[in-house]
Ligand binder design. Structure first.
Ligand code: CP
Ligand code: NVA
Length: 331
């Protein structure tokens, strides 16, 4: 590991010569590893001071091809919390922005830093990049997936409501990157995920089919319905995301038409179980996918959810770099 003066090692730890473990999709994790990351994140949140020198001298490179508030700040803060040095690399200042192949950048950065977080457009491009890295790569959002978000989402459900298995998670809106990662996460955690999406905006059928396969082991189910009420009824958590994701701005008007009736309102929330919570990855558009009264209301956990990005990113960085998924070695 290039920057780490004294990397943790021991049983379960990464060893020199091991191929790196990346976090590019939720589905790449086993149910046990997914649960371990949430549990590690919760321990980090409870005892923040215990991890301050977990990865002294480590370096995290971050590249963001799209805007970000939560992801970039949570990765940067998580790295600092672990004793690492974050390097924010603006794509317009890198040679990658002038056409240097990602696989060349991958091999160069692998000689200089200990992990890379990249937010970009195509998942395939991220996967090619990662396949040329000898250090862990974390997906900071692509057009198809947002795996770091899903970790924080399920952590928030677990810490608010309790164990995840058997819970009903309603997702209202676009079958987008956030929906894909939630479907995959729900499948690992044995949840019942019900998506209410307008026709033409379904999640990728291959992702849904793979999640249903996984559900045969974990007890999870994935259902797609058209009416928001059919998803929200008896839900333990109701989730939504923007109707127009980054990169889709030209479709905004058509999407506003298509998603009419898909706003999460107090009336929709009333169909959920008593004690149900509202989640949103943020940024939110009040009056579009969610009403102000829900976002700012007593059932909203969106600020905890945003904070949990920090703890889950910290847990993922630590586990991927050290191979210590239980957090036994740093304390
Ligand atoms: N939820 C999320 O990823 O937010 P940012 O785009 O601000 O990182
Ligand atoms: N689906 C949204 C998520 C933003 C965090 C987008 O890709 O823009």
């Amino acid at each position: 590991m290039p920057g780490l003066a004294d990397p943790p090692s021991g049983d379960g730890g990464a060893r020199a010569g091991d191929p790196p473990r990346h976090y590019l999709t939720v589905a790449s994790l086993s149910p046990d590893d997914f649960a371990r990351l949430i549990s590690l994140a919760r321990r980090m949140k409870e005892e923040p001071a215990a991890w301050r020198r977990a990865l002294p001298g480590g370096r995290l490179a971050m590249i963001f091809d799209k805007p970000s508030t939560r992801t970039r700040v949570s990765f940067e803060a998580a790295a600092v919390n672990l004793g690492m040095h974050p390097l924010m690399l603006r794509p317009d200042e890198l040679q990658i922005g002038r056409g240097e192949p990602p696989q060349d950048t991958a091999r160069v950065l692998s000689r200089m830093v200990d992990a890379i977080a990249w937010r970009t457009f195509s998942q395939a491009r991220l996967e090619t990049f990662a396949s040329h890295c000898s250090i862990p790569v974390l997906n900071a959002l692509t057009d198809e997936h947002h795996p770091c978000q899903a970790l924080a989402d399920l952590m928030t459900i677990e810490e608010t409501i309790g164990s995840l298995a058997g819970r009903r998670l309603a997702y209202i809106g676009d079958g987008n990157n956030v929906a894909h990662s939630l479907v995959e996460a729900g499948a690992l955690a044995g949840m019942h995920v019900v998506l209410a999406v307008p026709e033409g905006y379904d999640p990728d059928p291959a992702i849904v089919a793979a999640a249903r396969d996984r559900g045969r082991q974990t007890g999870a189910t994935i259902e797609i319905v058209r009416k928001p009420a059919d998803a929200a009824r008896d839900a333990d958590a109701v989730y939504t995301d923007v109707w127009t994701s980054m990169g889709e701005e030209k479709e905004r008007e058509a999407r506003e038409q298509a998603f009419r009736g898909y706003t999460v309102t107090p009336t929709l929330m009333d169909l959920a179980r008593p004690g149900a919570i509202f989640l949103h990855c943020l940024p939110a558009h009040r009056g579009e996918e969610v009403d102000e009264a829900v976002l700012e209301g007593p059932r909203s956990r969106v600020w905890d959810e945003a904070e949990n990005r920090l703890w889950t990113e910290q847990a993922a960085l630590y586990a991927l770099i050290t191979g210590d998924w239980r957090g036994d070695l740093a304390r």
